[in-house]
Design a protein around this ligand. Sequence first.
Ligand code: HEM
Length: 447
Amino acid sequence: MAALPPWGRGPKADLIFGHLGQFGRDPLAFLERCARDYGDFVPLRFLAKRIVLINDPAAIETVLGGGLRDSRKTIGYRTPFMRRLFGQGLLTNEGDSWLRQRRLAQPAFHRDRIAGYGTAINELTATHLAAWRSGEERNVHHDMLQLTTRVVTKTLFNAAPPPEVDEMGAASEAVMHRFAQQLRGFRIFLGLLPSPAGWRFRTVLNRLDRYIYRLIAERRATGRDEGDLLSMLLRARDEDGQGMADRQLRDELVTLMVAGLDTTALALSWALHLLALNPSVAAALQAEVDAWPAEAPPGFADLPRLPLTEAVIKESMRLYPPAWIVGRELLRPVEIGGHTLPAGTSILMSQWLQHHDARHFPEPLRFHPGRWLTGETRALPKFAYFPFGGGARVCIGSGLAMLEAVLVLAQVARRFHFTAPPGHAVTPWPAITLYPRGGIRLRVTAR
Ligand code: HEM
């Protein structure tokens, strides 16, 4: 194995597993230690795999902004877990096949199309909130998962959510537990043995598959063009006039659904947690959203009049980025930070580290949405803040996610006030996405 360029030392490695064990045990603490003790370029090893953790925004831009021939996703996106969950969907696909699928899906996310989703988001939010009782304590993370499931299935598939939508919280946690089991790397083989987490994961996935295949079969049977993403993908033909196979359709729909509902629910849940802990920000937010009567919430056209609501979402994703790390593997030698890294090197880039870096954000651990309103964040390097990734593989749903998060938060804050019950403490748990361990339980009071 060729040595990595001499950026200096990295943390002490286990002879066989390298740094995999330390990373798997407590990923966030390990990343923080690496950045604090070893700087912007930290050489690591997972088993025999050479890895560099990059903490410099310009170098992150070189990797994520580079061409498709420079890098592909790391092996973390190709584990048995990821293959079972996402198959060859947009998130895990590569090369020409990815490009073709991305072009097919893109129109569903154009600005004009997204603008039309505002009404559905508002209606689904109002229906969801109607079930809340003033004074009760709720796991708002589960609430947000149910709501975003309804939003994704309505906007992209024009369909009712899966029958198990009320159990979305438990289902999503089952998937995360299974992932965490596999993340503890060298126990990967243990993870393949029968276990409660494995059984729950398979049950959730089988139900999801049944739902998705039913949607595909129903739409094929009616042949109706609903003008939504599902119809777009069904209409698509390759050069030989062939349509997409059910399996590929399933992979795309599951990917969009899972990638879309879990991340957006987290952005909202962490925002509610932070608002409960910061009453002065909550009061300012209420003042902004009170401009609309509860029964006529703001829509897409009102976004420019909701600057603080948007800033609260941005600041929440800064402190608790739903996607906390991304990885790439170099397909050819690439110069990064003044060194040429060989093909085959894996690169890790962490939103958790960049977003908490005092070089970019003064008082980095303070919840301060105002920093997005004063212009102080305007001069940030591009990849100091990258909740949606970047480059060609940037999140396809970022526009929909921001619209949804802002409209839902505006309506929730217009109707309810949140307080943290005694002993409220939430720990971030880095699974596929950054989860609140044990959920976020808040007292909701009608305003
Ligand atoms: C706050 C919400 C969201 C966050 C933080 C987020 C974050 C991300 C990030 C960081 C990536 C890039 C991953 C990488 O580079 O390896 C990504 C990709 C992706 N996201 Fe999102 N996402 C969000 C919402 C959504 C929504 C609403 C959808 C769809 C309905 C979606 C669908 C996807 C897909 C399909 C990809 C893969 C794109 C590709 O490689 O072509 N995401 N997302």
